[in-house]
Design a protein around this ligand. Structure first.
Ligand SMILES: [Mg+2]
Length: 159
């Protein structure tokens, strides 16, 4: 199935990047909205900034977004110390392919990470990269809260 990602994880923070590196991956292409920041927020959560700092030591990083708002993309570029590309026209893999050429990384040494099968994952597949589907970064927070509330409920029920 062409839309089936290589990995399907609940959270960006569940990805084992040591395992990814061991597969021979040298570049990580992230989707932007809902993947590494809440949609249209223009700000990375602190834990994402920490993750990027760790990943920069081992991978070429880039953000490839379909967002067409030039002001928004350039704002995100100012808070990122790697390439941020907007208006990427995913699922076309063309922009990703051009970026990889510019940094001399092959598609098969690349992983594409995003929250949308029809754009992010399909683009990664067409590119010939590994793909990881993540849940929306805000949905994950809601899930954690829901889980926490459930735990509390169980504690209350036991008393
Ligand atoms: Mg997205």
């Amino acid at each position: 199935m062409i839309l089936k990602p290589d990995y399907n994880v609940e959270s960006l923070f569940d990805i084992d990047f040591k395992e990814i590196k061991a597969l021979g991956i040298n570049a990580v292409l992230f989707d932007l909205d809902s993947t590494v920041m809440p949609s249209k927020s223009g700000e990375y959560p602190p834990e994402v900034i920490t993750l990027f700092q760790e990943l920069k030591q081992n991978f070429v990083l880039a953000i490839v977004s379909n967002n067409k708002n030039k002001d928004y993309i350039s704002k995100v570029q100012t808070i990122s110390n790697f390439t941020v590309i907007g208006n990427a026209n995913k699922p076309s893999p063309k922009i990703m392919r051009n970026f990889l050429k510019s940094v001399s990384v092959k598609p098969e040494e690349t992983v594409v990470i995003g929250d949308r099968p029809l754009t992010d994952i399909l683009a990664g597949k067409l590119l010939g990269a590994k793909t990881i589907l993540v849940d929306s970064i805000t949905k994950d927070k809601e899930n954690k809260l829901t889980r926490f509330v459930r735990k509390l409920e169980r504690l209350v029920i036991r008393k």
